[in-house]
Ligand binder design. Sequence first.
Ligand SMILES: NC(=O)C1=CN([C@@H]2O[C@H](COP(=O)(O)OP(=O)(O)OC[C@H]3O[C@@H](n4cnc5c(N)ncnc54)[C@H](OP(=O)(O)O)[C@@H]3O)[C@@H](O)[C@H]2O)C=CC1
Ligand SMILES: O=C(CO)COP(=O)(O)O
Length: 295
Amino acid sequence: MKMAIIGAGKWGQALYHAYSQKNDVVISSRHSKAIENFVPMSEALKCEYLVIAIPAQFVRGWMEENFVDHGQKILVAAKGIETSTGAFLNDVYGDFVSADRLAFISGPSFAAEVQKSLPTALIISSTNHELAQTYADALPKFIKGYVSSDVVGAEVSGAYKNVIAIAGGVCDGLGLGNNARAALISRGLVEMTRFGEAFGAKTETFLSLGGAGDLFLTASSTLSRNYRVGLGLAKGKDMDEILSELGEVAEGVPTAKALHKIAKEKEIYLPIAAEVYAMIEEGKDPLESVKDLLD
Ligand SMILES: NC(=O)C1=CN([C@@H]2O[C@H](COP(=O)(O)OP(=O)(O)OC[C@H]3O[C@@H](n4cnc5c(N)ncnc54)[C@H](OP(=O)(O)O)[C@@H]3O)[C@@H](O)[C@H]2O)C=CC1
Ligand SMILES: O=C(CO)COP(=O)(O)O
């Protein structure tokens, strides 16, 4: 099938590699890149099947400025929540296209490993089963694709695990040990499940690849940018230094702010996300955060 990847960052390029195995795929981005089949945005937008790998905070602005509606379907590859509004990406994209044209890809998947064709399993979620199946069937042999109808569960788990991954990096950076990390990850899973349920997500989604799978991966690996943000916080670095050293997107940072806003409005108890927010936004000492979590 004819597809276009939009956003040639780490994940966009890895998805380009993956989807190119069985399909006719082009790629485009804000800045021109020396990648085979890189095309101007106007040409990419004419493909019926799009995969958009633009970070969550830039989606609305990019859609307003660039999107031309030809009836395309969109596979959303970002994992985040819009900070300015607290909106989930299905609502942000939903302002431009109907829900039956939207699907979401989630699951444990470091771009660097997908780029090397290492075995991976992912979930494609959509309210339109046929669309989810189409994007899943187009995946290469080295990726096992599952489908789900729980869009909110996929979105919340993909976004929330980035915030817990920051906490995981703090925990390891402070040398708190394996017991502490296991406690953090399992309480993080409970916390993100509780948050998702408040928005109608299915509990079982949080135990799937997109929930527990992606959380275990990112909250315990230096391959994760969000985990590395946590390592930097544990070393006492400030956020500007951490983000400039990282040089790539860490969605957990804006997502922690979005969760803080939503939790306040809806009165949802999110203790780990609240501590991540306090370390990022208020410069709280990570050791104080650990103490408060243990209390
Ligand atoms: N890397 C990974 O392992 C995975 C990442 N993801 C998710 O995918 C999303 C993208 O991450 P990733 O590719 O790794 O990030 P990168 O930092 O590698 O790349 C970011 C991409 O976003 C584009 N971009 C940045 N700002 C804007 C803007 N204002 N308008 C339009 N495009 C913009 C960049 O375009 P340009 O280069 O042209 O400037 C680039 O293509 C994130 O939500 C992330 O959580 C999900 C699963 C795995
Ligand atoms: O989502 C990811 C893996 O599934 C990538 O995580 P990071 O953005 O923290 O690197």
